[in-house]
Design a protein around this ligand. Sequence first.
Ligand code: SF4
Length: 325
Amino acid sequence: MSKLCIDAKDLKIHFPLKSGMFQKKRVLKAVDGVSFSIEAGSTMGLVGESGCGKTTVGRSLLRLYEIQEGGQIIFDGADISRFTDQQMMPYRKRMQMIFQDPYTSLDPRKTVAGIVSEPLLAMNIMKGKDAQDRVREMVELVGLKADHLSRYPHEFSGGQRQRIGIARALVANPEFIVCDEPISALDVSIQAQVINILEELQDKFGFTYLFISHDLSMVRHISHQVGVMYLGNLIEYAEVDELYENMVHPYTKCLMSAVPAADPVQNRERQRIILQGDVPSPIDPPSGCPFRTRCKYCMDICAEKKPELVRVNEKHMVACHLAGK
Ligand code: SF4
């Protein structure tokens, strides 16, 4: 087996909510017991509806949230779950994030050189001429030119801004990068360019990605394995082709039924599964299976017992009481 870059074990991120003096304390269970691992140099796609906890998982892997409720994050063999800021310092430069919105994630008052050099200066990695050379190298690596360094974000298109965001994420020479919906704010014509850059950089430098997206076709294209989240839970997790061809969980089947097939005949024949009802609130999730209020196969046991993630085969895990029946 290849070396693991990230290993998340039973990760729980709960946010306490403000409540009155005589009210019961309430918590928002954004992530409620998620486990997966990503091999070094590979990409894991994470999909699910808005608000299902994908971004919270990504941010917690980078320890941007405290891991208080439980669970572990092992990065390159070290349990960083409860590291202090001081202990996290050497790890910060090894883990970076590419943000969703290239329009708001770049400081409009800074030039490209100022934005891309931020991590080098903030983490005291390099300064002066060395930092300038490194910044220029990164900007050129993502397909921009050295004369762009003195310009401001508003002078660039969305695709170019996302390249600046990628250069900023790479400048500290990280190993693990959380790509949080990096293409969703871009025109379709630009999305492929950004994906190609991420793939080329992975081939060249062996980066490990967590790729969070709504775009199931793009996730299939870029990922080696894919996890499906629903209401703070990972409900299915498999190697990419195995998941797209042999999905088991009723929720995954609904999601995938909306993906257009390349073959128009297949497209006509395929039936879109429309989910009834809304996603329940993560403040008051259903007992047992989180999907049971919308699942047409729901059985008595589904309300009583939360299904564990169990192995269907060596490439595939699913959390559903129907698995194996
Ligand atoms: Fe549906 Fe039950 Fe499976 Fe949940 S555990 S997805 S409710 S069949």
